[in-house]
Design a protein around this ligand. Structure first.
Ligand SMILES: C[S@@+](CC[C@H](N)C(=O)[O-])C[C@H]1O[C@@H](n2cnc3c(N)ncnc32)[C@H](O)[C@@H]1O
Length: 238
């Protein structure tokens, strides 16, 4: 079923993660794609597009096609990105039968917990990228940069409000997964605040493993430090 945040609680997603908060990150992603590509970038495929937060900014520069596994998240993204093409699919196996100038994979890649699944996703990006184009992958963490942490936040909306507490930790450093436990406080109208717990299981791979998988898929990839302290991957298709 996956996290409640992408299924039964999807309509709350923009109160946890506000599209406006993505402006700087999307600006960085757009600039990085353009600088790394050997062809002009017009059409971009996003794998795991979620609530369409990044896309709501990237669409000002590029024509965006958005793929996500969760129907409720596609529905939510359509509300802020009605002009984008939305497609239901798994980033490991979706095949659209055409290529794009660039492929963008943001934090959704974090949900791939097995090495084989990550390779399948990288292969999906390769298949859908034109020669000379580029794929950008932004995992939240790689093995070398992982840190336990806590965050909190939330927003007020029309007649409803959400606040959350987020705890990221790695129960077993010997395997390829870590956990992100969320507690959501949901307030609707005058009703008492409702509390929901949601556990997100995420994948953790080393820099070397990532680069090896890009190589296996046919990309020429390099690591770049982004302005938010993450190590991300810029993968060029020869
Ligand atoms: C944090 S949200 C992405 C938010 C996105 N970065 C944005 O700008 O709104 C993570 C998304 O990954 C999607 N996802 C997880 N596993 C997936 C898979 N195998 N294929 C496609 N989408 C997947 C979930 O359905 C969810 O919508």
């Amino acid at each position: 079923m996956g996290p409640k945040l992408y299924t039964e609680l999807a309509s709350w997603f923009h109160l946890l993660s506000d599209p406006w908060d993505y402006a700087e990150e999307a600006e960085f992603a757009g600039k990085t794609l353009i600088e790394a590509s050997r062809i002009p970038i017009r059409e971009v495929l996003e794998l795991g597009s979620g609530g369409g937060n990044n896309a709501s900014h990237l669409k000002l520069r590029f024509e965006m096609t958005l793929v996500d596994l969760a129907p409720a998240m596609l529905e939510l993204s359509r509300t802020i990105n009605p002009e984008c093409r939305h497609i239901s699919g798994d980033m490991r196996s979706v095949r659209l039968g055409r290529q794009f100038d660039a492929v963008f994979v943001h934090d959704a890649v974090t949900y791939l917990t097995e090495r084989d699944g990550l390779l399948e996703c990288i292969r999906t990006a390769f298949e859908h990228c034109k020669p000379g184009g580029v794929a950008l992958f932004l995992p939240d963490f790689i093995r070398e940069t992982f840190q336990s942490c806590v965050h909190h936040g939330g927003h007020d909306g029309a007649g409803r409000a959400l606040r959350y507490f987020e705890w990221t930790y790695d129960p077993d450093p010997a395997d390829t997964i870590y956990a992100v436990d969320f507690v959501y406080l949901l307030r609707e109208g005058d009703a008492p605040v409702r509390v929901e717990h949601d556990c997100h299981i995420c994948g953790l791979f080393s820099r070397g493993e990532w680069l090896e998988l890009f190589d296996q898929a046919g990309f020429t990839a390099r690591v770049v430090s982004d302005p938010f302290g993450r190590e991300i991957f810029v993968a060029a298709k020869p």
